[in-house]
Ligand binder design. Structure first.
Ligand SMILES: [Zn+2]
Length: 554
């Protein structure tokens, strides 16, 4: 049964199951895990929770309950610097308890505030620069590894910034400024104090806005020792949080892994804008994306009455995530081009929506040169050599899936092999155009939008034309990767080597099949299932309750 109707949100928290707790005890005897859990004690947590013996004992108990094996102890946040003796006592306490310990810095409240988003500061201001440097010198004197939370950006347009920018564009100036700050005020001084220090830059989950705020993921990743990935999800119906799709955490993790390779250390999420169900979705997508460590932000919030239910839900489900992590590798899907610092045009976060159409994506920061097929959106135009590369790709027989926004901008470009129009006619959702030895498959932006959850927590019913177009689109996708012929919008497919995981992010039960597995075997085998998910007796139909995962193989 594939239902497209209105969603009903589950609000209740997940109860602690004795069976799962038993599972947790058994797992503790195993030598290694495929995913480690960590948490943060913010500078304020250090002051409020780690400055007494009782507070530290409670914090350790929390870590044991959550399976946390590494803690980050923060020196600075929101203008407050924790005391050195309190930081050192906390550091030594956790080390003696057998946990790994690192430091953290959040660059908020450093001094003169940005004229834009007020959580950021002005980095042109000399006093701010000096303060930034002193925070990192202080932290490097206590810790050998320092995480930087995702406020290390700028969008300041104050008179100092305007003068310093000169004839550069804001974007060029911000890039230059943040690279200078990274080199001269963070990495250099910290390494001077502690030659062994490793510094991690954590990127926020808003990847389609990096270019406007001076996050330069290729150049900064090259500079820093390691990177971390924000895989935060929010209630998809929330106006406040921008109607986030669950696929976003997966997409950004895989994209930044393409850039960072072995430097990509883990994912990071928090309980804000979630209920326990969405909170667990974050863990699910972070594990599916392959994060070797998952950072649970942060102790003070996770023990608060507001978010305690999220932490308890996680503690109950943790063994399941650890089992899943052992099965995750070989990430596949349609190669998808998202150059660093690329402008989304009117297709902001479109990848997250496409992923929720059971069309799996394998993001790349470089043009997918020799691929048989790839997905291109307005983001591709950031690459000034994009069209010549695309012509080469088509002449080699490639299939280029084009978003409507990109097709509109490519239409009439004399460099393309065929003069045929790439514009979708009114009421049409799919268009195939032969180009050179290959083809364009243009899909309407109305198809990805089918995954949108409105503020009343409803999902629109696709029209019969839209349903037909989605089926046709998936038939082409099937030639290159795994998809589903009949899954409703808000179901995601994750090809993992010879295995495939399917997750139902709708609020109703879903039954669906898979296409594109290849081979002669007609019956699937169940590899892993979260509670309630099953493979039907026909060996082909996947049955998934809301927010459940089923992994199968041939
Ligand atoms: Zn400024």
């Amino acid at each position: 049964m594939c239902s497209f109707s209105c969603q009903v949100r589950r609000r209740s928290s997940v109860a602690l199951s004795p069976f799962l707790l038993l599972g947790a005890c058994l797992l503790m005897s195993q030598p290694s895990r495929a995913v480690d859990w960590s948490t943060l004690f913010t500078a304020q947590d250090v002051r409020d929770h780690l400055s007494t013996e009782k507070g530290r004992a409670e914090a350790l108990e929390f870590c044991r309950k959550m399976g946390i094996s590494k803690v980050y102890v923060e020196t600075f946040r929101d203008g407050y610097q924790a005391d050195a003796p309190a930081l050192k006592t906390a550091r030594d306490f956790f080390r003696q308890a057998g946990l790994k310990v690192s430091g953290c810095v959040t660059t908020t409240g450093v001094g003169k505030v940005s004229t834009g988003w007020e959580v950021a500061v002005c980095y042109t201001n000399r006093k701010n620069q000096d303060r930034l440097e002193s925070i990192f010198r202080f932290t490097a004197g206590i810790f050998d590894e320092i995480m930087i939370d995702d406020f290390f950006f700028t969008e300041c347009e104050c008179s100092e910034c305007a003068a310093a920018k000169g004839s550069l564009s804001w974007r060029q100036y911000r890039e230059k400024l943040m690279l200078e700050m990274s080199r001269d005020r963070v990495l250099g001084p910290a390494r001077q104090v502690n030659p062994n220090v490793k510094i991690i830059l954590k990127y926020p989950q808003w990847y389609d806005g990096f270019q406007d705020r001076g996050y330069i993921v290729d150049k900064e990743t090259a500079l820093f020792d390691r990177i971390w990935v924000g895989t935060e999800l929010r209630d998809p119906s929330s106006d406040e949080w921008g109607h986030k799709q669950q696929y976003e955490g997966y997409f950004i993790y895989r994209w930044l892994t393409d850039i960072g390779g072995a430097k990509t250390g883990g994912g990071w999420f928090d309980p804000f804008g979630t209920n326990p169900t969405i909170y667990l979705d974050q863990a699910l997508v972070t594990v599916l994306a392959g994060a070797p460590e998952t950072f649970l932000f942060h102790y003070g919030s996770l023990i608060s009455p507001e978010y305690k239910a999220q932490a308890e839900a996680f503690a109950a489900r943790r063994p399941e995530f650890e089992d899943l992590a052992k099965l995750v590798s070989g990430w596949g899907g349609l190669l998808t081009y998202k150059p660093p610092s690329s402008e989304p045009g009117n297709e902001q976060f479109i990848f997250d929506q496409i992923g929720m159409l059971a069309i799996p994506l394998a993001p790349m920061a470089r043009f997918p040169e020799r691929a048989r097929a790839a997905l291109f959106t307005a983001h591709s135009l950031e690459d000034t050599e994009f069209v010549p590369k695309l012509v080469g790709f088509l002449n080699a027989g490639g299939t280029a899936f084009l978003s409507e926004g990109l097709a509109h901008r490519l239409n009439g470009d004399p460099r393309l092999p065929s003069p045929d129009s790439l514009e979708l006619l009114k009421g049409k959702y799919l268009l195939t155009v032969k180009e050179g030895n290959g083809r364009f498959v243009v899909f309407s932006d109305a198809l990805p939008r089918l995954t949108y959850v409105d503020a009343q927590n409803r999902v629109a019913q696709p029209t019969s034309d839209q349903r037909e177009a989605l089926t046709e689109l998936r038939k082409v996708v099937e030639e290159f990767t795994v998809t589903s012929p009949d899954a409703p919008p808000r179901v995601a497919v994750f090809p993992l080597g010879s295995r495939v995981a399917v997750v139902n992010f709708t609020e109703l039960p879903v039954s669906c099949k898979l296409l594109g597995l290849g081979g002669m075997v007609s019956r699937l085998k169940k590899v892993f299932a979260t509670s309630g998910a099953s493979l039907a007796a026909d060996g082909a139909t996947l049955r998934l309750p809301p927010h459940a995962l089923l992994m199968v193989e041939q």
